[in-house]
Write a protein that binds this ligand. Sequence first.
Ligand code: BEZ
Length: 253
Amino acid sequence: MKWNAELYDQKHNFVYQYGEDVLSLLEPKAGESILDLGCGSGFLTNEIREQGAQVLGVDSSAEMIEKAKKSYPETEFKVIDATDLGYDASFNAVFSNAVLHWIKAKDQPKMMDAVFTTLKPGGRFVAEMGGKGNVGLMISTLRKVLNQYGYPQQAEMDYLFFPSVGEYASMLEKAGFKVIYAAHFDRETLLQDQADGVKKWITMFASDFFTGVKEAHQKEILEETAQQLEPFYHRDGEWYADYKRLRFIAFKK
Ligand code: BEZ
């Protein structure tokens, strides 16, 4: 997936606001070395640095890293893939917010091995990602509408990896981690741009569903999906998506 760093920053900055909350789970300390995995445009990486830790933000998107470097020249960033970090026992902690669900299930063990190798003994892996059922209503509605418009293949497309606590904790354990905390919880998430929020969210994060869909149909499918979601997503003048979060703290033994 190619990211539009500018649009992401303008329209989806709620990711950072919620991310600040997950930073309290990381508890960065002065002098610690921390790797921010999938740092995007660098807002939280910079927060970690401001809290006194030495931090490196990594992301597989060169566009995001370019933007991060421009926005936060005092913070270090590199283009690196999550499954091939290239560090050995170098960091006290690896942190990740709203990114791990983009890594396919088959590549998760490789990413976990890379994080394990990157951590110093006793280091911690602290993260939040989409958990089981995340944006379930949004995606199931989109699938239904794609079927209504005669696109059954697109409707069946695999989406992102949203595991349960049990599934993810056991994957972490298999990779050698000791999981000391894991939780799954609902967090309805405010969408930007009111009625256009659903359409913009799908366009930004789920555009692969439209591969091979006629241009004229795409607009109608987005409209129809937003309309069908309105009774569930729209209240008190705001639009909320059905986010579900998975958080964990796991140690390298
Ligand atoms: C999430 O943070 O849960 C998420 C963000 C974009 C697409 C899918 C899920």
